[in-house]
Design a protein around this ligand. Structure first.
Ligand code: COA
Length: 184
């Protein structure tokens, strides 16, 4: 795996929270977290689909990106479903930038301005990782319909993986209602 240069690894990420979506200031050697812009729609779709994530509902308006001079380093989005439910999704970090807290910082930035009640679908084996943001597993049948639908689509993808000889990723639905992480 390609290592990031030390200067980049230890450097704090620069977070842009301007409401001006056109603002784009990528500092030399740095990673910027900022909302996506319309011109990035195709790149976002390609980036997310490259990891066999949910290929639907990839609207740039919902996306927060981490970028560097070479382009997108990581993506996350908050899906807005028709029934009012919100789903954190499309969390992908470029392979050479993983294990550097990029995903954690993206999630923290997204949730800082998100409503308290957020769902997400992830590998059941990683559910405990998301407790720090207050996420806890719930029964799929207790989730709102759009979340349940995406969960079953993901499960279907897992069955296809299994049929293709790949190890299936057992999924879980997580929910946070704004409680402080760690409380039961
Ligand atoms: C999962 C992913 C986004 C993590 O990105 P990252 O920037 O490396 O994450 P961070 O550095 O903030 O945190 C690393 C931790 O994420 C954990 N993690 C959480 N969810 C994970 C997942 N679904 N798959 C793999 N690792 C995951 C790892 O176990 C690791 O914890 P550890 O260091 O204690 O072992 C990245 O590995 C990736 O893009 N994977 C492919 C797409 C994917 O599975 N997305 C998750 C959908 S919910």
């Amino acid at each position: 795996m390609q290592e990031l240069p030390l200067s980049l690894r230890d450097r704090p990420l620069v977070v842009r929270t301007s409401t001006d979506r056109c603002e784009r200031q990528v500092e030399p050697g740095g990673i910027v977290i900022r909302p996506a812009v319309s011109q990035e729609q195709d790149e976002i779709v390609t980036f997310v689909r490259s990891e066999r994530m949910n290929p639907f509902d990839l609207d740039w308006r919902r996306f927060l990106l981490a970028t560097d001079r070479s382009g997108i380093v990581a993506t996350v989005q908050l899906r807005h479903h028709g029934d009012g439910s919100r789903e954190l999704g499309s969390l992908v970090v470029r392979k050479d930038a993983r294990r550097r807290n990029v995903a954690s910082r993206l999630i923290g930035t997204l949730l800082a301005s998100a409503p308290a009640r957020v769902f997400m679908i992830t590998g059941a084996a990683f559910a405990a990782h998301y407790r720090r943001w207050g996420f806890k597993p719930i029964e799929p049948l207790h989730a709102p319909w759009p979340i349940m639908r995406n969960y079953f689509l993901g499960t279907l993808g897992g069955i296809q993986s299994w049929l293709a000889g790949r190890r299936p990723n057992t999924l879980a639905i997580l929910f946070r209602n704004g409680e402080v992480a760690g409380s039961d």
